[in-house]
Design a protein around this ligand. Sequence first.
Ligand code: RB5
Length: 147
Amino acid sequence: MMIYIGSDHGGFDLKESVKAHLEQCSIAFEDLGTFSDESCDYAIIAKKVADAVVKSENNLGLLFCGTGVGISIAANKVQGVRAACCSDCFSAKMTREHNNANILCLGGRVVGTGLANELVDLFLDSPFSNEDRHQRRIDQITQIEIR
Ligand code: RB5
């Protein structure tokens, strides 16, 4: 399992802060950019992280932009991605347990650093429930994706 992370300029500071948190927790990750707060386009970074995440079922991703919304919309265009933009703890946990989300998207202009760390911890620590009804619903999403 590998954790891939990325941001545009709007999420850059929050990405750097979450990286420090992951390092402190000895959680391995690969940062696919951006590497400065210079303006850049979130769809490019979303595709990089999304392409890396879908290479293995066990991979997870963390994406950051100003709101978390644009970068989640872009990531969700890649087949196999289930990216969830969250700003509360319940959703960050449930999107793993019920939706088997493989990318968490956070807004650097929406959530503070402490909450972001909590959201990331919940997302990374919560397994998919594996219950039939949730798998059935995810399969229905996949059917829409591949039709
Ligand atoms: C960049 O200013 C901003 O639009 C972007 O980070 C993101 O919030 C888009 O959804």
